[in-house]
Write a protein that binds this ligand. Sequence first.
Ligand code: BTN
Length: 273
Amino acid sequence: MDADSHTPLNADAIGALLPFARRIGRPLLVLGETTSTNDEAARLGREGAPEGAVIFAERQTSGRGRLSRRWESPPRRGLWFSLLLRPAFAQAGWTRLTTWAAVGIARGLEEALPGCHAAVKWPNDIYLGGKKAVGILCESAMGPGGYAVVGIGVNVNQARADFPEELRERATSLREAAGPDAAPLDRHAAAAALLRQLDALYPALERDFAAVVAEAQARSLLIGRSLTVHAPSETYAATAEALEPDGSLRVRCAADGTIRRVSGGEVSISGWQ
Ligand code: BTN
């Protein structure tokens, strides 16, 4: 199936599947092509657009991931979108957004594909069947009029051959998780499921973040496993113990048994590619 045979995304078709009273998904825009939907959401943020704006693009020419990595965004195969948010609490706490988005997206994937289990690989990846299906990139502008952008890339309808060679062993899509002969999923229904779940979970970001962390921990791929921690200033072996109340990762360092809190960088699971 080539790109053109996948139904183009339409903002009204997604909006029709969302509750009228919602915070996230108003307005809802679909662009044909852009550099990165995070760039578009940031532009709206600078222009004073309201919290809750969501921008999808069928194609990103410079889709990006964490740690300056490139994000593959093949046209019409996935959902490449960004949320513009202005949380009403102190900006120092906006780091919570990654945990909130991971849990909301995990719930949305399970709604879009009943029977699947979505696991969270701290801090910002969602895995289906042991492979990465979603990446989340949070970027923010602090200060008066500050805003946060939560960029989300969901592999929906890629077949194995659609992934570049170097990603084939590590990446998957919702369609692939549905089974070897599964038909392409309806991206409008998937987009709406994700936005509904994020919207429903949004109040918990401020009022019950402990429950969000508890769910992220219950879904975590890391807890109890041996890891390599690639912190900004050092790399070391450790075991993941728990998520901290702020969403950071508590690990026990293998070399000296000390407890450390990881809030940046990346972790890899020992024995995984
Ligand atoms: C990662 O896995 O490191 C995060 C990937 C985030 C990709 C999404 S796609 C929509 C938004 N626009 C971007 O350029 N990046 C995010």
